[in-house]
Design a protein around this ligand. Structure first.
Ligand SMILES: Nc1nc2c(ncn2[C@@H]2O[C@H](COP(=O)(O)OP(=O)(O)OP(=O)(O)O)[C@@H](O)[C@H]2O)c(=O)[nH]1
Ligand SMILES: [Mg+2]
Length: 208
């Protein structure tokens, strides 16, 4: 199929048909690896579900919530029968029980370890809070499992330009410490639609 090489084509693709394909609360329930996959993860409440909605131009696709820790399973959205977007459950929810954290680790490890079709994982960092210890731990996990990832600074409408520059630098410094060759970082606001075109075009390269 034709590759998607312009912002206009990328927008049309991402805003095209997209359906909820599967919810996986356990490793056994993960769907087949038929499509190239892009996954979204980060601290609870960082804006993962909002970003999936902003990319696809569909407000109600992924469930957005003011209550942290709302997304408890991996939610798979099939985009145009060519790609899968995965809204992952976040980490760092203060009120999560020990059992819930254990289950989260089992599920996330199973997914990250053995997902041949996972083209890029998008690690979201809240622009207001910057990088935290659990983000560092998660980056380390990605390194151990050799998962290719990019970072996305979210909620940039809530911070000053100078703060964004500082957060970006801190994130890139952290990535360099663990070693990936290209510390690609995006900055977005799902609320205002900032950085969404650029991210769509970048992700579209992984469409078969
Ligand atoms: N100002 C602003 N708020 C945002 C943005 N993105 C998300 N939010 C808000 O942040 C809150 C959490 O957003 P979600 O998209 O549900 O976050 P999540 O990472 O999916 O959260 P969990 O699934 O609970 O881990 C909601 O109140 C959103 O409206 C943004 O770009 N700007
Ligand atoms: Mg969510």
């Amino acid at each position: 199929m034709a590759s998607i090489t312009t912002p206009k084509k990328a927008e049309a693709f991402f805003k095209g048909p997209c359906v909820f394909a599967a919810g996986a609360p356990t490793p056994e329930s993960l769907p087949s690896e038929r499509f190239p996959e892009i996954a979204f993860i980060g601290r609870s409440n960082v804006g993962k579900s909002s970003l999936v909605n902003a990319l696809t131009g569909k407000d109600m696709l992924a469930r957005v919530s003011n209550t942290p820790g709302r997304t408890q399973q991996l939610n798979f959205f099939r985009l145009g029968d060519r790609m899968m977007l995965v809204d992952m459950p976040g980490y760092g929810y203060a009120k999560a029980s020990k059992d819930a954290i254990y289950e989260w680790n089992v599920l996330i490890d199973a997914y990250l370890k053995d997902r041949g079709n996972l083209k890029r994982l998008c690690l979201l960092i809240d622009g207001r809070h910057g990088i935290k210890d659990n983000d560092r731990e998660f980056m380390h996990k990605l390194h151990v499992y050799a998962v290719p990832f990019v970072t996305i600074i979210t909620k940039t409408d809530k911070i000053k330009k100078s703060e964004l520059i500082d957060v970006k630098l801190a994130v890139e410094t952290e990535i360099k410490k663990i070693g990936p060759a290209w510390p690609k970082t995006f900055a977005t606001s799902s609320e205002k639609g900032v950085g969404i075109d650029e991210l769509r075009l970048f992700l579209a390269q992984y469409v078969d």
